[in-house]
Design a protein around this ligand. Structure first.
Ligand SMILES: *Cc1c(COP(=O)(O)O)cnc(C)c1O
Length: 392
């Protein structure tokens, strides 16, 4: 069998399990109303939680940034790609998250790989929640350290020792629930271990000023020394950062390979991100409105006896169990004008395929009600051959 035939066999295997992934092509900007392959749809699967990805002030800032600083950054930060907008953004992000310093990375994936690899060597041990984001698990693999995965939402047992790092999503990306960061912090402090929280889905959304899960828990860099945040979700732009003690940031600048050996973000993106940071801080109504929508969806889903999972965040998954059920429901919703993604293994554990609904500040209560009605019809119309007890 040729190599290509081998791949074609593997593709058939993936397809027979209902696990083929397909990209959907939009011909509009990110937002609540989108056009997907010619069809107007209401979008319920974007991580643009505050509706900033196409905000006029953010778009204007990008334009202004490009006129002043051009498009490409030209080099890595350490060579000559670090410019004034990068510096200003790092300082603003540090102040926003109440940390000494912040360091930009090109993506959240790269930040997680680089930070974990830089901080823990082969002799170390990394403790990770079972449902952590793939990039956090890959960071542990890259470091060569021993990886211990603990049950979702719990706190691992540590004995004191060198080279230990606990890593967790703050808000879990596919479940929408939150880590017990207080518990993790207590255990880490007691064992002299480092703690890293990836707040990709909490930043902008949680906390009085939008500074995320850690702000809502009043945890500073003493309690959570490593905070990772992404800019492609609630910020509506692109990129990521790590914030913490000045020595942490200086060390990462020396040793995080994914920050050193890559081209710096376009400076105009830093200018755009500054504009969205201002909106995040000034327009608290976006968070308020989002909270109202989450309440509405949860109350409605409970009234309709839909299989809603336990989440207070804008990520509201509906458990389907089998990937075939999740895909069938997503297709039905599409027919009724709603864009919701079916999330299947290996992104989530086997038996827990789901529809991952996300709410954004751009949605209205009426749109949430319409989605609930379509979901309810969809779940009721499932052929009985597909319905099984969805709980694993
Ligand atoms: C999206 C996400 C990332 C990756 O961030 P990118 O900037 O998209 O690469 C990392 N961690 C979590 C929890 C995420 O949801």
């Amino acid at each position: 069998m040729s190599a290509a035939e081998g791949l074609s066999e593997r593709l058939k295997e993936i397809d027979s399990q209902g696990l083929t992934r397909r990209r959907k092509m939009l011909s509009t900007p990110q937002g609540v109303s989108v056009i997907l392959e010619g069809r107007p749809l209401l979008n319920f699967c974007s991580n643009d939680y505050l509706g900033l990805a196409n905000h006029p002030r953010v778009v204007d800032a990008l334009r202004r940034g490009a006129s002043e600083f051009g498009v490409g950054s030209g080099a890595s930060h350490l060579v000559c790609g670090h410019s004034l907008p990068h510096q200003e953004l790092e300082e603003a992000l540090a102040a926003f998250t109440h940390r000494d310093r912040a360091l930009l990375f090109s993506t959240g994936y790269m930040a997680n790989l680089g930070v974990i690899d830089a901080l823990v060597g082969r002799a170390g041990t990394i403790f990770e929640d079972r449902l952590n984001h793939a990039s956090l698990l890959d960071g542990a693999r890259l470091s060569g350290a021993k990886l211990k995965r603990y049950p979702h939402g719990s706190v691992p047992l540590l004995s004191s020792g060198e080279g230990q790092l606990i890593v967790s999503d703050g808000v879990f990306s596919m479940d929408g629930d939150t880590a017990d960061v207080m518990g993790l912090s207590a255990v880490a402090l007691k064992a002299g271990a480092l703690l890293m929280i990836d707040d990709a889905h909490g930043l902008g959304v949680l906390g009085e000023t939008g500074a995320g899960l850690l702000e809502s828990l009043a945890l500073g860099q003493g309690e959570v020394p490593i905070l990772m945040g992404t800019l492609g979700k609630a910020f509506g732009t692109f990129g990521a950062f790590v914030a913490g003690h000045k020595d942490l940031i200086d060390y990462l600048l020396q040793r995080a390979r994914t920050a050193i050996y890559t081209t710096a973000l376009p400076p105009a993106l830093a200018v755009a991100t500054m504009a969205s940071l201002t909106l995040i801080q000034e327009e608290g109504w976006r968070r308020e409105h989002l909270r109202g929508l989450i309440e509405r969806l949860r109350q409605g889903a409970t009234d309709l006896h839909l299989p809603l999972m336990a989440s207070r965040s804008p990520i509201q998954p509906f458990l389907c169990g089998s990937p075939l059920v999740a895909t069938a429901l997503a297709d039905q919703l599409l027919d009724r004008g709603f864009l919701v993604t079916a999330i299947r293994p290996p992104t989530v554990p086997r038996g827990t395929a789901r529809l991952r609904v996300t709410l954004t500040a751009g949605h209205t209560h009426d749109q949430v009600d319409a989605l609930l009605e379509a979901l309810s019809d969809g779940f009721r119309a499932l052929p009985s051959s597909l319905v099984e007890d969805p709980r694993p």
